[in-house]
Design a protein around this ligand. Structure first.
Ligand SMILES: [Cu+2]
Length: 333
């Protein structure tokens, strides 16, 4: 099989050009100002050298995974490799394909090259009118149109995924993300190309990126919790080792008493949910208000921290979601 790369050359500028003082500006005042600014920039770089922007190189695949119980195969992303400035951090991820997919932690200022390979059987055989591509379409961070992770029918440029698309076929497709200042937050990524132009997020091809501001205080545990139409899907991340575990539907989260934990809620599907963590209150981000529940709808997210005091249930208190059993345990010991 011929390897076909989507990028012949590195034509995407991830970092804005720095303004260079024009040679025609000869006034002494301007020169002094420029030297002062340069000195200030260099001293800032030295002070911030420990948190200076990192470059991430990430490889994912998408594969078929377990049955959904009705004979339909689910799909899942798997982390193959993640290097940060050349340091391999792949061991923090599950070696299996998981639902939800890997949670990718980034810091404002970072740059990312992330590629997707397609391990779903038959993905490279072109069938007219059906896309067999998988892609990574991300929210929140900046990228140009070739990194949109959608089909040509949407982006007007290319089928931007791995496998046989409607028009283009790639073995591997690479995206470039600029984790620009101002993009801090927890954001979803998902497939947009498999079978239809809306992709197969509903079959399991979804994950999240956490973009931390520089200098954010660390948490003992991070819980990434997706609110689907009939179940929570989630995973737990150890704040020290960064190991990701306990994937799956309605997961049980564990915490040590008095530890500092952070929940990342992301809504999938089409329902509006009422999330509660029984007996807990937290600060509504961007306000000084304490709340004990949050209404969250499609594509919305809500991130909050609590100190783990007592074991509790997290749940969706909307009537139909409650009937479906949308609840899980938060165990504190
Ligand atoms: Cu999306």
């Amino acid at each position: 099989m011929l390897f076909q790369s989507n990028r012949a050359e590195d034509d995407i500028k991830l970092i804005k050009n720095t303004n260079i003082t024009s040679m025609s500006q000869r006034s002494i005042i301007k020169r002094v100002a420029a030297i002062f600014a340069l000195t200030l920039t260099l001293s800032t770089l030295v002070v911030n050298s420990t948190s200076f922007a990192a470059g991430h190189i990430i490889q994912l695949t998408a594969e078929e995974t377990q049955d959904d119980g009705f004979g339909n195969k689910l799909l899942a992303y798997k982390m193959i490799n993640h290097k940060v400035d050349g340091v391999d951090i792949t061991s923090r991820y599950s070696p299996e394909a998981t639902i939800p997919g890997p949670t990718i932690e980034l810091t404002e200022g970072d740059t990312v090259k992330i590629s997707i390979a397609n391990a779903i059987p038959g993905n490279n055989i072109f069938v007219p009118g059906i896309s067999k591509q998988v892609s990574i379409h991300v929210h929140g961070v900046h990228y140009d149109i070739l990194s949109d992770g959608t089909l040509k029918v949407i982006n007007k440029n290319l089928d931007e995924g791995a496998g046989a698309g409607f028009e283009e076929t790639y073995v591997v497709y690479e995206y470039q993300w600029n984790v620009a200042p101002g993009t801090a937050g927890t954001w979803p990524y998902h497939d947009h190309n498999f079978e239809t132009h809306n992709g197969s997020e509903h079959k399991g091809l979804f994950g999240a990126i956490i973009v931390n501001p520089i200098g954010v205080p660390s948490h003992d545990k991070e819980y990434v919790l997706y609110l689907g139409d009939d179940a929570f899907w989630g995973m737990e991340i150890n704040g020290t080792s960064k190991t990701q575990s306990k994937h799956g539907a309605n997961p049980t989260f564990a915490a040590t008493k008095n530890s500092n934990v952070r929940f990342h809620l992301i809504a999938l599907g089409t329902d509006i949910h009422t999330f509660k963590l029984n007996g807990y209150k937290w600060i509504d981000p961007g306000t000084t208000n304490f709340i004990n529940q949050i209404a969250i709808g499609p594509l919305e997210k809500h991130v909050f921290s609590v100190i783990a005091k007592n074991s509790a249930h997290y749940k969706d208190d909307n009537f139909s979601n409650k009937l479906l059993g949308m609840r899980g345990k938060f165990l504190v010991h």
